[in-house]
Design a protein around this ligand. Sequence first.
Ligand SMILES: Cc1cc2nc3c(=O)[nH]c(=O)nc-3n(C[C@H](O)[C@H](O)[C@H](O)COP(=O)(O)OP(=O)(O)OC[C@H]3O[C@@H](n4cnc5c(N)ncnc54)[C@H](O)[C@@H]3O)c2cc1C
Length: 409
Amino acid sequence: MPPSATPPNPTDPPHPDVLVLGGGLMGLVTAWRAARRGLRTALADPEPGGGAGRVAAGMLAAVTELHHGEETLLGLNLASARRYPDFVAELEEASGLDAGYRACGTLAVALDADDRAHLRELHALQVRCGLESVWLPGRECRRLEPMLAPGVRGGLRVDGDHQTDPRRLTAALLVACERAGVAFHRTRATRLTVAGGRATGAELADGTRIAAGSTVLAAGSLSGRLAGVPDEVRPPVRPVKGQVLRLRLPRMPRGSPAFLSRTVRAVVRGGPLYLVPRENGELVVGATTEELGWDTTVTAGGVYELLRDAHELVPGLTELPLVETCAGLRPASPDNAPLLGPTALPGLLLATGHFRNGVLLTPITGDALAEALTTGRLPEEARPFSPDRFAPGAGAPAAPGRVLQEQQV
Ligand SMILES: Cc1cc2nc3c(=O)[nH]c(=O)nc-3n(C[C@H](O)[C@H](O)[C@H](O)COP(=O)(O)OP(=O)(O)OC[C@H]3O[C@@H](n4cnc5c(N)ncnc54)[C@H](O)[C@@H]3O)c2cc1C
């Protein structure tokens, strides 16, 4: 571990090896994994466990979220999806809490001829990439999910795209961090400190100055806004708003089929829609995609559009109680792929820009950052996602994701 260049102040807390700025899913998993490797770890966040994970649907959708040009990102997504069962088992043991993982599969359906053509194209791409995805006629889709609208034209059955409940996952990570000895500072970082050409820690809003051997910036959509970060390594991350609804599923009599037994997704009027049924009786309906800065207002229009489209997909859903509306911010990078690991500023690492796949990428992000923090190098599968691809003079990134603004989760 490189030594911090900041001289210690006797009134400050002891130097951690690692200071993580941000306690959303990425900050928490990084802190937990670092502490498990024996690194003294501190984390600063006014509200750890908040952030996009409070809103996210929690689809682990490596296959149904595939887009043209994102084959490298697909590799990272699949690698993280494969780690999920072991990751959850370890986390549940460490925290004593249920992390909300459910291996239920996904059905992506088409409601009209255009959607059908779009899904057929996605299927062809999935097959070219060697992914498991089966085309089903409409009646087969309805046999699997009888609540679907009679007009469903066909769909893709993807048995490997599962889900987890991000709120439970976050709660489990918080407890696991506490048990692993992570020191929490429930306040905002106001400035990255830099001395002698390396990052040396951060100043916090409560006046504390923490010196650390390594500092990990994991502040979600605010990652590009921290004072003190030199422009050459400032992450190009922006917020992409998503509104989500939560409905309550009916209790079905014993032996009768579930209202929905798996995640159902569709493209309705050109926009993506998903319904994620949880074992706790929640049905998550999402999500809008809006580029409006850091605004998290839930709007009448957003709620209307989600309910209108969801009703078209599953007409019986409008009978269900609407129990929550919320909005969150996806941290998006210019190529939709995360920025992981060391930057050109020694001592500063990034764990941000996970956009629509942050829940899915939680296990691999924790592992990649822990490896980088202990060895100075990213593991093989994470190297295409080094922040260096956006360094001035790096030219166009080798596009682990693709550059786009269109419809997303
Ligand atoms: C509507 C919606 C649906 C989604 N659905 C899915 C899905 O189905 N599957 C999936 O895989 N992903 C999904 N995502 C994406 C996923 O939720 C995000 O990629 C992920 O949660 C981002 O985590 P993060 O830790 O990077 O950022 P955040 O969750 O935003 O956390 C950042 C944290 O940093 C803190 N912070 C900010 N500034 C500072 C500072 N200066 N000092 C200290 N702390 C600071 C904040 O308080 C916050 O707690 C969805 C997101 C949204 C919004």
